[in-house]
Design a binder for this molecule. Structure first.
Ligand code: SER
Length: 592
């Protein structure tokens, strides 16, 4: 069975059981507690908590998806036969309230353990035609905090008839899932194994883990299942190497033409090339922090191998075409190979420069410790793997990833402490991720800066052209900081013109309003959205001008904003500088 058939059969199966099929969300999550989307349930977090209503947004309390995921937890293992950074996850979800939980009930109601387990077993044994003799399952055995998952055990054993010796009792580490980030839905899980390989994880979200660490039983338990497509495909295609499945076959063959005798590196390149394509397609750009840093690590590792094995750049162009062909039908965003190649090329130029200087620096050290490695990373942007790759074997023989990570953490703690100090240790009055204020007075200022940010975005597009897009925004009581895509320094005249346009609109004393509507409708209004951010099904559009139709500024935005532009006061751009490749950054203030 081919990987596309598997995807299709999975979605069809659950559609027939009352599930709404929801497209994959972006790899950039709508959840500030994680850097990248790591699981299918992530886009649904707020349906589990009851903040959003699945029946309203999807027409059913049941959904199914094939989700793009990225996990860094296994990055060190990539190169073996099973580990990947980017992967696809098939999943079915239920948000409750639990209806009959009868597997014959194909309504739109929520369901729980019985239906999930019956359907998973039916899909595996009947649709995928896996012989039940190959199947084992695991259930949560319980501990001091969370009890034994007796229900799942009974369903598997007494109802489905899985013999006792094929049921594994797992502990917290293996059979309890979530939350993603520091709080959220979580619960015991039951897994399905085929020939000893775990293929499907069924999580029963009966709990909500609070930020403080406490588990609270939820009113409407939910279901969140996840099945890695690559691994499942390997099982069904009878290979024990995900790189031998039809998902990777042509890509691996192509890379092998350039590096015939290094299987491990071929696999790393196949994984990293594919993952980079998907990250870039979702709007991630290489940088020294967060998701951008993850992408930079992947790209620089690719580039290091290019140097080391003297790989021709054509390999990248050809690989992009292969990846595009394989995935564009499901993920049309990967069609943009030109942009992807451009990002890679820009990174190559930077990398050359960094490597040039970095190599000289590396050579100075007889021994590279964790601290030295961190210094090399911070100063020259050389990722850990690359330092290992480029230094002499002797110099890195005692270098451990943990030591580097410890240095990294120390550094982060210092910056966190700095941030806390800045906010005086008080709880924030306003904190939307983008807007931060410690008290009422600051909040007022921040709101003025926020509306000024919308005006700035509009003005930049007027002055520099419609290709300019918001790439990031951060606002505190002192200033706004706005990142946007543009590939050169702005001239003083352009800066002045932008500033004047904003001040002009402030003077006009225009009203600022919002309208709430379904996302689909909102997209049609031409409102600007924050590149690939994932929005809920119902969104707000803030607009400045008489009405939504003829407003000059319209953006997908959660607010808050001032009521009239005159409240902003005077607007001044303090600085325009490079932020990362192809991205400029403006800092600006408002004056009363
Ligand atoms: N969230 C669970 C996982 O990622 C099940 O989907 O395994």
């Amino acid at each position: 069975m081919s990987s596309s058939e598997i995807r299709q059969k999975f979605l069809e199966f659950f559609k027939n059981k009352g599930h709404a099929i929801v497209p994959s969300s972006s790899l950039i999550p709508d959840d500030p507690s994680v850097l990248l989307t790591t699981a299918g349930m992530q886009q649904f977090k707020r349906y589990y908590t009851g903040e959003l209503d699945a029946l309203k947004d999807f027409g059913s309390q049941r959904t199914a998806s094939c989700q793009k995921c990225f996990r860094t937890s296994d990055i060190e293992e990539v190169g073996d036969q099973t580990h990947l950074t980017f992967f696809e996850m098939l999943g079915n979800f239920s948000f409750g309230p639990v209806g009959s939980d009868n597997p014959e009930d194909f309504s739109k109601d929520g369901y729980f353990k019985r239906s999930s387990i019956y359907w998973a077993y039916e899909f595996v044994s009947q649709i995928l035609e896996i012989n039940p003799a190959r199947i084992e399952v695991s259930v949560f055995k319980g501990d001091e905090e969370i009890p034994f998952d007796k229900e799942s055990y009974k369903i598997w054993h007494e109802e489905i008839g899985i013999p006792k010796e094929k049921i594994i009792f797992g502990n917290r580490a293996d059979n309890f899932w979530g939350p993603t980030g520091d709080e959220g839905p979580c619960g015991p899980c039951t897994e399905i194994y085929v020939d000893g390989v775990e293929i499907w994880n069924l999580v029963f979200n009966e709990y909500y883990k609070e930020k403080g660490g406490e588990y609270r039983k939820v009113e409407k338990p939910g279901v969140d299942t996840g099945m890695g497509l690559e691994r499942l495909t390997a099982v069904l295609q009878g290979v024990d190497d995900v790189f031998q499945t039809d998902i990777f076959e042509s890509l691996v063959l192509k890379i092998k033409e350039s590096i015939p005798s290094h299987d491990r590196i071929v696999r790393i390149l196949a994984d990293h090339l594919r993952a980079s394509v998907f990250l870039i397609a979702d709007g991630v750009r290489p940088s020294n922090k967060e998701a951008g840093y993850i992408l930079r690590r992947l790209l620089r590792r690719i580039l290091a191998y290019q140097l080391k094995y003297d790989i021709h750049a054509d390999l990248f162009t050809e690989s992009m075409e292969i990846i595009k062909e394989k995935f564009e039908k499901i993920y049309p965003e990967v069609k943009e190979t030109k942009i992807i190649l451009k990002v890679l090329e820009e990174e190559r130029l930077k990398f050359q420069e960094a490597v040039g200087r970095g190599i000289k620096e590396i050579e100075k050290y007889k021994e590279i410790t964790g601290a030295v490695a961190f210094y090399l990373y911070e100063t020259f942007g050389l990722p850990f793997e690359l330092i290992k790759e480029l230094a002499s074997e002797e110099a890195v023989k005692n270098l451990l990833k943990e030591d580097f990570d410890k240095e990294f953490e120390k550094h982060q703690e210092i910056s966190r402490a700095g941030a806390e100090k800045k906010f005086g240790g008080h709880g924030l009055v306003l904190d939307t991720g983008e807007l931060k204020a410690a008290n009422e007075e600051e909040a007022k200022k921040v709101v003025r800066l926020h509306t000024a940010t919308h005006l700035l975005h509009w003005a930049l597009r007027r002055v520099l052209g419609g290709e300019v897009r918001q790439m990031g925004s951060d606002i505190n009581a002192e200033r706004l900081r706005f990142d946007f895509s543009f590939n050169r320094k702005m001239t003083p005249e352009e800066i002045k013109e932008t500033e004047d346009l904003v001040n002009q609109k402030i003077k006009e004393d225009l009203s600022v309003n919002f309208k709430e509507m379904p996302k689909k409708e909102a997209e049609k209004t031409g409102a600007l959205s924050f590149f690939k951010a994932k929005y809920p099904e119902t969104v707000k559009i803030y607009y400045i001008g008489e009405n939504l139709e003829n407003a000059f500024s319209k953006e997908f935005c959660g607010g808050p904003h001032v009521g009239r532009t005159s409240e902003i006061g005077g607007f001044k751009i303090l600085k325009e500088e490079a932020s990362s490749a192809g991205v400029r950054r403006i800092r600006a203030v408002v004056e009363s």
